[in-house]
Design a protein around this ligand. Structure first.
Ligand SMILES: [Zn+2]
Length: 208
């Protein structure tokens, strides 16, 4: 009788621990399932980003990408590619090179988009060089206002404000009003000194 009881208790233990293992296994499967569902949602969002880029809706693609970036803990490699590609079309070349580099680092030359990534990166780098050249050019622009202009032997220049007419016409609701040009004061011409002052914004008009 004692023996039977012992066997029953032992059997009870075995069944109980089976149940526990079973429970843990179920939880693990549920977690895997949850992760897979989340991944599917992200994949679908990335697919719609690709579609937006293909249909040249770059601003909308940008918004969608930013939304995805807010929800993921780590950026999927495909998204690094699309972010780099879309940035190129948004003319954000520095950002484009940065993300395409990420994709190329992750996937090397054998990734699904490697070839395209390398090609777009090359184009973005060319645009970056152009931008830098333009910046350098603008830094060395020489403006005429920084120099005194020689007006020639007459020493006079036709007044650029009134075009030599000595009057300034103002359009108004109640018809045009005519005013004497305050810059050349009935002369229609400026002395070279006044002309240079005018160019530098330093010539004050006479008030009447
Ligand atoms: Zn004038």
């Amino acid at each position: 009788m004692n023996r039977v009881l012992l066997v029953l208790v032992a059997l009870g233990f075995v069944i109980n621990s089976w149940a526990q293992v079973d429970e843990r296994e179920k939880l693990r499967e549920l977690e895997i399932q949850r992760q897979a569902d989340k991944q599917r949602v992200i994949d679908r969002q990335i697919d719609s980003v690709a579609l937006l880029i293909d249909t040249e809706q770059y601003e909308a693609a940008d918004k969608k990408i930013l939304n995805i970036l807010r929800t993921v803990k780590s950026v999927p490699s495909d998204l690094t590619f699309y972010l780099g590609k879309n940035s190129y079309y948004l003319t954000k070349y520095k950002q484009s090179v940065d993300w395409l580099n990420k994709y190329i680092q992750l996937k090397g030359t054998s990734g699904q988009f490697s070839e395209e990534a390398i090609e777009i990166k090359r184009k973005a780098e060319i645009e970056l060089v152009k931008e830098k050249q333009l910046e350098a050019q603008q830094a060395t622009v020489i403006f005429s206002k920084d120099f005194d202009i020689d007006c020639g032997p007459t020493g006079k220049v036709v007044c650029p404000v009134c075009n030599g007419s000595t009057v300034i016409i103002k359009k108004g609701y109640f018809g045009d009003t005519y005013k004497t040009c305050g810059y050349c004061n009935h002369a229609g011409t400026l002395t070279c000194g006044d002309y240079n002052k005018l160019l530098k914004g330093q010539l004050k008009p006479a008030t009447n």
